[in-house]
Design a protein. Structure first.
Length: 219
């Protein structure tokens, strides 16, 4: 028996607008009050910091609906303390939306991480990828001991997510929330494009005690 071929839909500009109408129709059929509730406001319990890769949509892979997850995405789900875009999202989600979970989710096969493993110039993104190369530098002893290139690639994807989650906890935004008694957990995940399964890297941090002394801020 031949395997079923998955056909890729031909995406056009007009097709996007038609697709929107179809989606609205489907949502109203499922829940006539859906858009009334959605327009009333948002109170998502989760902030998702993920990769811009089109194959890793937060809602679809977690089986959640619009309004359930507040999302920030960039190339290779990088978290750095100089990124005012990300910090603004983090501040708003924690101090206004009062999210209970911040998830940094990478994905195996990430093009940004793969590019950071090599020395070939890509363009202006090379400056952004330096953040991932810093992750490699910090964990060089472990990574240099991995001879299989695919395994090394996968491990750097994991370490990038772990370091990203650590950088979230190192912010004064998160530490102030904990100091004020706010319930907040920070997690690192990795998603597999091959299986569709999310791997919890089990590095959850729920309080200031998980922050290294060098990054603890005076409150």
């Amino acid at each position: 028996m031949c395997a079923k071929t998955i056909e890729t839909k031909d995406i056009t500009y007009a097709g996007l607008l038609e697709g929107n109408k179809d989606w609205v129709k489907d949502m109203i059929q499922t829940d006539p009050a859906f858009f009334d509730k959605l327009s009333a406001g948002q109170a998502p319990p989760v902030l998702w910091i993920g990769c811009s890769d089109s194959r890793v949509p937060a809602n679809q892979i977690t089986n959640t609906r619009p309004g359930d997850i507040f999302v920030h995405r960039n190339i290779a789900n990088v978290v750095v303390h100089t990124d005012m875009n990300l910090l603004s999202v983090l501040d708003y989600s924690i101090n206004v939306l009062k999210v209970k979970h911040v998830i940094v989710c990478g994905h195996y096969g990430c093009g940004g991480v793969k590019a950071a493993l090599g020395n070939k110039q890509v363009g202006i993104i090379d400056n952004w990828l330096r953040n991932i190369r810093d992750v490699y530098r910090v964990h060089e002893s472990e990574l240099s001991g991995i001879t299989d290139e695919t395994q090394k690639f996968d491990r750097l994807v994991e370490l990038n997510a772990i370091e990203g989650a650590a950088n979230v906890t190192n912010t004064s935004i998160v530490q102030n929330a904990w100091a004020n008694g706010q319930e907040l957990s920070v997690h690192a995940w990795v998603y597999s494009l091959k299986t569709g399964i999310i791997k919890d890297l089990e590095v959850t941090c729920t309080g200031i005690e998980g922050v290294p002394a060098a990054f603890k801020v005076s409150l």
